[in-house]
Design a protein around this ligand. Sequence first.
Ligand SMILES: NC(=O)c1ccc[n+]([C@@H]2O[C@H](COP(=O)([O-])OP(=O)(O)OC[C@H]3O[C@@H](n4cnc5c(N)ncnc54)[C@H](OP(=O)(O)O)[C@@H]3O)[C@@H](O)[C@H]2O)c1
Length: 332
Amino acid sequence: MQIVTEQAIDPAPLAGKRVAIIGYGNQGRAQALNLADSGIDVVVGLREGSDTFDRVRADGLTPLALDKAPKGAALTMMLVPDELMTGIYGVIEPALEPGSALGFSHGLAVHFNHIRPREDLDLLLIAPKGPGTALRQLHTEGKGMPALWAVAQDRSGHARNIAFAYGRAIGCARAGLIASSFEEECVADLFNEQAVVWGGVPALLLAGYETLVEAGYSEEVAYFECVKELKLLADLVDERGIAAMREVISNTAELGAVLGGPAIVDHHVRTRMRDIMKSVREGEFAAQLAEEAAEGYPLLSKARDRARAHPAEAARQRLDDISPTSPSSSSD
Ligand SMILES: NC(=O)c1ccc[n+]([C@@H]2O[C@H](COP(=O)([O-])OP(=O)(O)OC[C@H]3O[C@@H](n4cnc5c(N)ncnc54)[C@H](OP(=O)(O)O)[C@@H]3O)[C@@H](O)[C@H]2O)c1
């Protein structure tokens, strides 16, 4: 694995240059503010009538219409929802300076050809490995969040150095820029979202909760056991890794984990994981995401309603009223 850090990066490719940030949401705001702190000339591109113009001005930055923002920018970063990039790219493309760079924080739109950027542009990826709020927070503390970097099109011959200078200016090079590709970043990210952390884990937590309640145990105890303890696990794994996490839980919990883990994640689960991997790699999921957006997000709105109505939410509320946040160092 190749990791580049701040000391090895020349800031010159962006020094005295303008960067246009398209979108001012989770990543857009954090990256724009970090760039401004690093002395970069930043403008923010927003859709017509957006309420966010005032927020950008209040943050001390310059908001512009989408079709104006890339004018004069050496680099334009696409920090809008992935499923909307096709239309938004169509609006900004005429304003992109010839021979300039176009950047992304996720590889989906380029890897699955949702947009086909102009031939004269450099195409680069700087994908911070965490949410924008944490990216900004770490930067203000003098720290950084690691990011993956990649180049898909190098017309200038300097795309890699522009990506490095950008990763440095948003603070990610303090922690390290890790070499990847648009495909790897995209597939690994989509796979994890569906099969592991954001799809698999919450579904497992709720299935455990429902199994305990169905067996006659109280909703509060079921929530405590199956959902709330996730934070203990996450903190321990983050601090120590999976092997050392096992060493600080009781023998009872450790034997339960050794027997229960493989019984739950058996060959059926691995087969489903491979199915998800196939759907991600072959672009089925990317097509479904585009369709979902075009239809006004019907699946997402139904799923949000179902999640809010789940009895586990009421149990969480009752527990939150009486229970402080669990300390991360506790063992099971
Ligand atoms: N969220 C994360 O933690 C995270 C982490 C790593 C990488 N990424 C990647 O970063 C990129 C941005 O993600 P994000 O989560 O930061 O996006 P986001 O918060 O959902 O983006 C919101 C911004 O997009 C603008 N926008 C929404 N619809 C638009 C439209 N139709 N036309 C023009 N602008 C529109 C919004 O405009 P208004 O201000 O007018 O509402 C807002 O400024 C994505 O590629 C994502 O995969 C995200």
